[in-house]
Ligand binder design. Sequence first.
Ligand SMILES: Cc1ncc(COP(=O)(O)O)c(C=O)c1O
Length: 383
Amino acid sequence: MANDLEHVSLNLNVRGLHASATVDINERSDELIRQGRTVFKFGLGQSPFPVPPVVVEALRNNAHQKAYLPVKGLAALREAVARFHEKNDEVPADPDNVIIGPGSKELMFLLQNAYYGDLVIPTPCWVSYAPQAQIIGRRVTLIPTHYEGKWRLRPEQIEELCADDPARPRIVVLNYPGNPEGATYSVPTLRKLAEVARRYELIILSDEIYGMLNHRGEHVSIARYYPERTIISSGLSKWCGAGGWRLGTFTFPPALRHLMNAMAVLASETYTSTSAPIQYAAVRAFEGGYTIERYLLHARRILALLGSWCAAKLRETGARVVEPEGAFYLFRISGRWRTGWRRRGLPRRRRFAGGSSTRPGWRFCRGRCSAATMASSRYASPT
Ligand SMILES: Cc1ncc(COP(=O)(O)O)c(C=O)c1O
């Protein structure tokens, strides 16, 4: 009876939702580790690298910053983020069109609240896009991608979707290098995607949180080919190893500034502003320079080596795995892998109880697959 009443009092959009798969698996792994169990953590997309010491130093020097900052973010940080995208992505960026938030995840949630339209997500995809849309009550269209196509969305798939109802307002999420498959887009594909997006006036939410972790350092943003309606999402969590600091950034084109302003209204009524010391420290991170470049160079080299080594090992077990081109993920389709896994004396692939913590495919809106993060072991500092 009590349980029924609890259920009835839940918002309809929230009923039946589970905790975010990545957060959940991380907390359950930590609990088992506290109990003395050995868990190989392949669940949460946590960078294995330390925050660059120059950025830690900047945080130390700003621990005294105690004032609430402007809701859209510290002016110097918005400036640094705009310069960062101009330099690394070769796209024009205006500091007035940058918003800072406590993680890009929160900014995505605010965007979906502010925008009235559908969310289009190629799958497999990061675990939180679709649940966020469900919480807000947005319609989600999932577009399946395939192993044979390296898990990449084909421009014709978007064309097909939009041709049916061309005027429908839509945000298309592109995540590259992607979680959970580590794949990215070639320049010709980005150009073609941009053409289709322009034809149907789509908004692209370009989730480039792993952009700086393209293993070859050759990340290209779709904003270069579709600057007028691309929102670039980034932050400190992945390339700067500072997920727990909670700082994300959205960079808007001038034509979508009204959306950013609406997000700022929502932010002002919810979290007010992002942590002040973290924002001051982030200025140092986004300014970049030699030390940060060196850090990234080593991080990419280690991730590239690990990515191809792990992919090769998994293939030996019969699994189908696309070689990752960026980030720290592997996405495999089951083959004979259970037997191969055991033959090599690896811990049984149980998600817990002294095994390895991977995440099942349905969490990424796909079945018969699972994903693992290569990131949870500790490697030497790449500084
Ligand atoms: C693809 C992708 N986008 C966004 C996020 C959210 O990052 P944050 O909120 O830490 O900026 C993550 C975190 O795992 C991610 O993997």
